[in-house]
Design a protein. Structure first.
Length: 260
C-alpha cells in the first residue's frame, strides 16, 4: 500500500506550522508507522525541533528538487520509525535556480513528484513542513500532497491570511489543473481567555460553514510547553510530556486528521 502525504500551508509565519507537522509526525512514528518528515522551509525548523543544526547537513531537500540526489541520499534517521529529509538556507536559493533554468526544469511545479512517489513506497506516512509563502516550493508540495492542513492563529491578520490561502488554492487548481484536497482547518495558539480569539474562531467557523471547509474540532492552545520541549528536550512536545493536557491536544488532532 502506498503511503499518504500530509502537509501544512500558510502564507504567514508564526502560526505554528512546524510545531503542528513535527508533533503529528512524531505521533505517527510512536504508533508504529514508518514515518518520514520532509522539511522544505529554508529556516530548517523541523531539524531544530529535534535538536539538530540545519547548516550541519550537507545534503537537503534542495537536492531532491534539483534532481542532484536520489531520495535515499538525503534521509536522516531521527528515532525509531521516524526519518527526516532536512532543509537549510540552501532552499532559499532554489526559486532563483529553477526559474532561471526553465529549459532544464520545464515543469517547475512538479520537481519532486517522482521522488515522493518513490518515498511513498517506503513509508506509511509522509509529513511535509513548508515555508510561509505561496511560491515555487509551495506549488511543488501541492503537486504531491494528499491531504492539506491549513493552520491559523485566531487574530485579525491570521484569519485574513487563512482566507487568502483558500482563494489562492482555488486559483492554483484552476491554473495548474492539480486538485488540492484540504483535509481541514485548525486553530493554533488559542487563548480561551481572549475575547478576540473567541470572536475570530467564530468568524472562521462561519466561513468554513459557508464554504464547506472542515474546521477541526480540536484547537491547539497557546502554551510555552511546545517551545520549551524543543529548547530543553530537543524533541516535539508529544515525545516528552505525554500527560500534559495542552500537549494532548495534538493527540486529539492526530485522531481527527489521520482517523486512528
Amino acid at each position: 500500500m502506498s503511503g499518504k502525504v500530509y502537509s501544512v500551508l500558510m502564507n504567514k509565519g508564526g502560526v505554528g506550522k512546524t510545531s503542528l507537522i513535527t508533533n503529528l509526525a512524531a505521533l505517527a512514528a510512536e504508533k508504529g508507522h514508518r514515518t518520514l518528515l520532509i522539511d522544505v522551509d529554508g529556516q530548517g525548523n523541523s531539524s531544530v525541533a529535534f535538536g539538530l543544526v540545519p547548516n550541519d547537513f550537507s545534503y537537503t531537500a534542495k537536492d531532491l528538487f534539483t534532481g542532484q540526489l536520489e531520495p535515499e541520499g538525503v534521509i536522516f534517521n531521527l528515532s525509531e520509525n521516524l526519518d527526516l529529509i532536512p532543509s537549510n538556507n540552501d532552499m532559499n536559493l532554489l526559486e532563483f535556480e529553477i526559474l532561471t533554468k526553465l529549459d532544464k526544469y520545464p515543469q517547475p511545479f512538479r520537481l519532486i513528484v517522482d521522488a515522493v512517489d518513490q518515498l511513498k513506497e517506503q513509508y506509511d506516512y509522509i509529513f511535509i513542513d513548508t515555508p510561509p509563502s505561496l511560491g515555487l516550493i509551495a506549488g511543488n508540495v501541492l503537486s504531491v500532497v494528499d491531504d492539506l492542513i491549513i493552520p491559523f492563529v485566531p487574530e485579525a491578520f491570521g484569519v485574513q491570511g487563512f482566507i487568502q490561502v483558500v482563494e489562492a488554492l482555488e486559483e492554483f487548481e484552476e491554473n495548474q489543473g492539480i486538485k488540492v484536497n484540504i483535509s481541514g482547518v485548525v486553530g493554533m495558539m488559542y487563548d480561551i481567555r481572549t475575547t478576540l480569539h473567541r470572536e475570530m474562531m467564530d468568524e472562521v467557523r462561519n466561513y468554513c460553514d459557508s464554504t464547506g471547509l472542515k474546521l477541526f474540532k480540536t484547537i491547539i492552545p497557546r502554551s510555552i510547553r511546545f517551545s520549551a520541549s524543543v529548547a530543553y528536550d530537543r524533541k516535539p512536545a508529544v515525545m516528552v510530556d505525554r500527560s500534559n493536557r495542552m500537549v494532548n491536544a495534538y493527540r486529539s488532532l492526530y485522531e481527527e486528521v489521520i482517523g486512528e
